[in-house]
Write a protein that binds this ligand. Structure first.
Ligand SMILES: [Zn+2]
Length: 129
């Protein structure tokens, strides 16, 4: 199945790194030791960013409708979604701002929305720093 390659989409993470660089967003870390293993963390701002693959995390977009073994995938994806929610809730209780970015938000047509969300982050950094 084409959609089932890996749970992490490397190129999506690379696109986010490129975005950080373009917009001079600094202070982010990867592999930061915090609950739930966010893909990126901005420790100074207590921002945790997850880049979620649409298929594995059950985004309701056209990337996510398996044709074969539907029930199997729905169970598996359902577990991932429950886990995502649990991680988000837990981090928020610890005082983190959790941002989840869908891989499809990197598509050209969705870029505006993504940039809006990231801009909010960026301006927070500017006013704080
Ligand atoms: Zn999606």
């Amino acid at each position: 199945m084409r959609a089932v390659k890996s749970s992490k989409n490397k190129s999506t993470e690379e696109k986010l790194i490129a975005y950080f660089k373009e917009n001079k967003i600094t202070g982010w870390r990867r592999n930061y030791k915090v609950y739930g293993k966010p893909d990126f963390v901005l420790p100074d701002l207590r921002i945790a960013i997850f880049v979620d693959g649409c298929f594995w995390h059950g985004h309701n977009c056209r990337n996510t409708h398996p044709e074969q073994n539907k029930e199997y995938w729905q169970r598996k994806i359902g577990r991932n979604m429950a886990r995502d929610k649990e991680v988000t809730d837990h981090l928020e209780r610890l005082g983190w701002n959790v941002i989840r970015i869908w891989e499809c938000e990197f598509l050209k047509k969705n870029r505006g929305l993504l940039e809006k969300r990231l801009k909010a982050l960026y301006s927070k950094q500017r006013t704080d720093g």
